[in-house]
Ligand binder design. Structure first.
Ligand code: GDP
Ligand code: MG
Ligand code: ZN
Length: 349
């Protein structure tokens, strides 16, 4: 068996993955992509193969590994056992609950993140910024999609506000129910491209997937997400094929993404503030009241917007809190408890 690179392209293969293979790999393995993750198995597919395999495997060095939706695996041709997971181009992950810092991988090798919001009460700059941070952290290209443009008179105003978030940010204003209107998204849905969606409930994610698919497969609101028997009508973490050749992952799992371990993402979205920080007089400047603080100076002279500064502070504090381990937090609580005890004792004295 042999890997034919040209046949893999439609599954999302590109040079990033080719570069990880030696000539001998091409002859002695089958490359497949993880299309769906189930509790006890993975659905994998490639040119001429569709197979269910165990979720955990040992790589060729005997190290345990596991794969998530979107991953590329090499299988041994005879046994179809996975023996290597290719390095990921991008990865969405979250920290699993518990004291040990285990991470749960949500999706790998996604090219673009459709950040979906609508022209109404859902529209919220701070929320868009959070999603941008997640996209940047995962190394995925964000596209802001503002739906329900057909329901308001001032749709352009929403687009303008979103576009101001980052220089060069891609923003598309659409009616998610209308295929012609959603046609502007074609470049991101081209053959071999993989997309994930994120956004609040009700903004039109399922509607958009249906419009892009030209089907009504994915339940939209109005129909309840759980049917009468309590079954989920939306599928799990699965890549769906779009008619023009791209792949799309519907939201489950993306919703739970938190601002944990996203320092790099915040630094990318707030690159201007990062640059200012480098100019502060003190290395450990908190940008509150320190002398020689370049961030406060920029606020004062108006080059940094007050609201943006506040949003950055909030996100940075949240990320620092979430990223501290539970043990850190416990120790901190304990130390805090001690401080209170001492304070009470001193008062009694
Ligand atoms: N008029 C209009 N309605 C939309 C648009 N996008 C979504 N909707 C409607 O909004 C509701 C929620 O959409 P849905 O796709 O279920 O949202 P989801 O929770 O993000 O998947 C449905 O009734 C859709 O028909 C749009 O662009 N224009
Ligand atoms: Mg939905
Ligand atoms: Zn400072």
């Amino acid at each position: 068996m042999t890997i034919h690179l040209e046949d893999l392209a439609e599954f999302g293969w590109n040079n990033f993955f080719s570069a990880q293979l030696e000539a001998e790999d091409l002859d002695a393995s089958v490359a497949v992509r993880v299309m769906a993750v189930h509790r006890n198995s993975l659905d994998v597919a490639g040119p001429g193969i569709a197979q269910s395999i165990p979720p955990y495997f040992q790589d060729e060095n005997g190290e345990p590994d596991n794969a998530t939706v979107g991953d590329w695996l090499l299988l041994a041709p005879e046994t179809l056992r996975a023996f290597r997971r290719l390095a990921r181009k991008s990865l969405f992950q979250r920290r699993a609950a518990g004291i040990r810092n285990t991470v749960q991988r949500i999706a790998a090798n996604i090219d673009s993140l459709f950040i979906v919001t609508s022209c109404n009460q859902d529209f919220n700059i701070a929320r868009l910024e959070r999603y941008l941070v997640l996209a940047r952290e995962a190394d995925v290209t964000p596209v802001i999609i503002i739906t329900k443009a057909d329901l308001v008179d001032n749709a352009q105003e929403y687009a303008r506000q979103a576009a101001a978030l980052e220089p060069g940010l891609l923003v598309e204003l659409i009616n998610a129910r209308d295929a012609q209107s959603a046609a502007c998204l074609a470049p991101w849905c081209a053959p071999g491209q993989t997309i994930a969606l994120i956004g609040s409930s009700g903004v039109g994610k399922s509607t958009l997937v249906n419009t892009l698919s030209g089907t009504q497969n994915i339940s939209t609101q109005g129909i309840r997400e759980d049917d009468a028997k309590g079954r989920h009508t939306t599928s799990g973490r699965t890549l769906h094929r779009l008619p023009n050749g791209g792949w799309i992952m519907d939201t489950p799992g993306m919703r739970e993404l938190q601002l944990t371990d996203v320092k790099a993402g915040i630094e990318t979205v707030f690159a201007d503030i990062l640059e200012l920080q480098g100019k502060c007089k003190f290395n450990d400047c908190q940008h509150e009241s320190e002398p020689g603080c370049a961030v406060l100076a920029a606020l004062k002279n108006g080059t940094l917007e007050e609201d943006r500064y506040k949003r950055w502070k909030k996100l940075a504090a949240e990320e620092a809190f979430n990223s501290s381990t539970l043990i850190d937090r416990r120790n901190r609580d304990r130390a805090f408890g001690k401080t209170i005890k001492t304070a009470i004792k001193n008062k009694r004295r």
